[in-house]
Design a protein around this ligand. Structure first.
Ligand code: GLY
Length: 306
């Protein structure tokens, strides 16, 4: 099969602000633009790994999404980001956690995968690795978009830990992610986030945890998760979905239904997933009211939803 598939998400939650038409257009434009970049790569025979890295990198560069420059602030008013990438052909993976001042954590995750013998580097060690390899660095100001500062101040005032998209006041933050199948039949997944507003310093969510926030294996599927990270870590949800496909040989749709049921049954979990199986079928599911996402299934049209 000489087709390619690509799915991306921009976070799950109540997203009540999307009732505002201007906001809706802005999200959909962001998602569509990234999908079209991904299409250019995959239709030219580029790898799934390249497609997911570029897609997530572009989402990190867009301040409306909670990743890269649009990351939410932690309890000290600083940005600490997590990201991971995984290659389904050989299960190689790279991940970073609690990094600051890195413009594109997903590129650092890819670098760790390619240039180190490790899967995950965190904090200072990850940032030192980035410096040694000449990765672009940005000052704090680059990450402090006014909307995030206001959001942080609201959360501080209310003494609340704002969950991933689900607090009624806080709708514009969430993880970003991408999954792809290339023309050669290889799968890849990547996820990136600033985490949760007003989170504890050093808190790491599911996004960089292989098997929770991200997973890819050519024999089953590629998965990227979004939502309340602790729920996805406790259920190892991305790997649970992949295992379901590997053991039952069902398709992405069935696997997502199983995964969402499992998430609710086990931990009453909040969030969603995007999945592409080894045949290029695209599926998504979420237990929140909405999830911003889009897809190109088997070289077909571009679809965007929330
Ligand atoms: N899902 C992103 C996080 O909990 O950090």
């Amino acid at each position: 099969m000489n087709d390619y598939s690509l799915m991306i998400h921009g976070g799950a939650g109540s997203l009540d602000n999307i009732k505002d038409a201007k906001v809706a257009v802005r999200y959909l434009e962001g998602i569509r633009t990234v999908l079209e970049h991904g299409r250019t790569i995959l239709s030219a025979g580029g790898s799934a790994l390249e497609a997911v890295e570029v897609s997530v990198g572009l989402l990190e560069d867009d301040p409306v999404f909670n990743a890269g420059c649009g990351s939410v602030l932690n309890e000290h008013g600083r940005v600490e980001m997590d990201a991971a990438i995984m290659n389904g052909a050989d299960l190689r993976a790279g991940a970073v956690a609690a990094v600051s001042n890195i413009t594109n954590p997903v590129h650092l995750a890819r670098l760790i995968m390619a240039e180190s013998e490790h899967v995950m580097l965190i904090g200072q060690g990850a940032m030192e690795f980035a410096r040694q390899h000449g990765m672009p660095y940005a000052v704090d100001k680059y990450f402090h978009v006014p909307e995030r500062i206001e959001q942080f101040q609201r959360a501080r005032k209310g003494q609340q830990l704002a969950l991933d998209h689900d607090s009624p006041d806080e709708q514009k933050y969430g993880t970003v992610g991408a999954v792809a199948r290339d023309k050669a039949g290889h799968l890849a997944a990547a996820t990136s986030t600033g985490g949760i507003v007003n989170k504890h310093v050093g808190r790491v969510g599911d996004s960089p945890i292989i098997g929770a926030g991200v997973f890819a294996d050519d024999v089953s599927c590629a998965v990227s998760s979004t939502g309340y990270g602790e729920d996805f870590m406790r259920t190892v949800l991305a790997k649970t979905i992949a295992d379901y496909i590997e053991f039952t040989h069902e398709d992405a749709d069935k696997a997502v239904a199983y995964g969402m049921e499992y998430l609710v049954k086990k931990v009453n979990g909040r969030g969603g997933v995007i999945v592409i199986d080894s045949h290029g079928n695209c599926a998504s599911g979420f237990t929140t009211k909405k999830m911003i996402h889009g897809w190109i299934e088997r070289s077909g049209d571009t679809h965007c939803r929330f």
